[in-house]
Design a protein around this ligand. Structure first.
Ligand code: DAH
Length: 349
């Protein structure tokens, strides 16, 4: 027993001499002098010895324990001293915290929101989870209308509790992810009445087979103006301001008739290609023009759905893809990059 104690002591002293930092020291202390430590276990065995032996071994064990405890304390002091004397160079440059920045679509959205604010438009946002009524019905797209085919989306099943709430609101019970920002036209008219000048940038969804030009999640910007004596020239003036802001003062606007159920007459709008100034190039597929979006005079049925008297008021509306504009502006050839979360892409903006 005595020999074992001496051996254990030497062993512990050896290990102690190898300790290099505070946490290693603490671990060694727990392993040896702690409640379940090696020395402690050995001390427990002393109880099984005879009286005489117990006296001698007990004293030795106690001495060893005290001696070791002292050595541990001394070692701790040395380590602490070393830590205090450690030189910290305060002039070294710190580690840079990574800062995020705005997404390219957000940059464009902010730029356009600023432009429209200066023209007296308010900026609204609307629900991404929309009802069939606002997304289609109120925009003059009835259930059996072929225009629905172009805007297939994701439909959402509802629980009984939600059904009751929606029914009380008078909305219909079919929820879907909005396919465009146009549903906010009717919501804005209902809420604010005429006269009205609003834009609604926001996220939209379609059930698409994705490829470089199609994505299930993308951004649009909707515009709506309702007042007395609003005509097509007002629409054209506003759109001209938009394309000039986007692509420079020399940019020309072209509008051609196009059918959208919620406007009458309806027109697409195009800008001269910013890359070739209308001469024809790869970006505009040699046409000289870039299609930006759709527009038109608000359909009387849509005004009526917004509880505005179509006999007293007129309005114009337009909508375009913010994601698409960002692609054109920054020369991005794959729409899927926007939602990819790929830092190699995002850090370029
Ligand atoms: N909502 C249409 C779409 O997503 C775009 C659009 C066309 C909006 C004509 C309008 C408009 O406000 O007048 O394809």
């Amino acid at each position: 027993m005595k020999d074992n104690l001496q051996k254990l002591k030497q062993d512990i002293l050896q290990k102690l001499s190898e300790v290099k930092d505070g946490s290693a020291l603490r671990n060694l202390e727990i392993k040896t002098l702690g409640r379940k430590g090696e020395l402690t276990e050995m001390l427990r065995k002393i109880n099984t010895l005879g009286l005489e032996e117990k006296k001698i071994v007990g004293k030795l064990a106690n001495d060893i324990k005290l001696e070791l405890a002292g050595k541990f304390r001394a070692a701790a002091e040395v380590l602490e001293g070393e830590r205090k004397n450690e030189f910290i160079d305060l002039t070294l440059p710190g580690e840079k915290t990574k800062r995020g920045h705005l997404h390219p679509v957000t940059i464009l959205e902010n730029e356009l929101s600023e432009l429209f604010s200066s023209l007296g438009f308010s900026v609204l946002s609307g629900p991404e989870l929309e009802s069939d009524y606002y997304n289609f019905e109120a925009l003059n797209i009835p259930a059996d209308h072929p225009a629905r085919d172009m805007q297939d989306t994701f439909y959402v099943a509802r629980t009984g509790a939600e059904l009751t709430r929606a029914d009380a609101d008078g909305a219909d019970s079919n929820l879907l992810l909005r396919t465009h920002t146009s549903p906010m036209q009717v919501r804005a008219m209902e809420k604010y009445g005429a006269p009205l000048r609003v834009i609604i940038p926001g996220r939209c969804f379609r059930s698409e087979a994705t490829d470089a030009r199609h994505e299930h999640t993308f951004y649009q910007l909707e515009g709506l103006m309702v007042d007395k004596n609003i005509s097509f020239t007002d629409l054209k003036g506003v759109l001209e301001a938009v394309v000039r802001r986007l692509y420079g003062a020399e940019t020309k606007l072209r509008m051609r008739p196009k059918f959208y159920p919620f406007v009458e007459p309806g027109a697409n709008f195009e800008a001269t290609c910013f890359l070739c100034q209308g001469r024809g190039c790869r970006v505009c597929k040699n046409s000289g023009w870039l299609e930006i979006g759709g527009s038109g005079m608000v359909h009387p049925k849509v005004l009526a759905a917004g509880r505005i008297d179509p006999k007293a008021y007129q309005g114009f509306a337009f909508g375009f893809g913010l994601t698409r504009l960002a692609m054109l502006k920054y020369g991005i050839n794959d729409i899927r990059l926007f939602n990819s979360g790929d830092l190699r892409f995002l850090e370029q903006f």
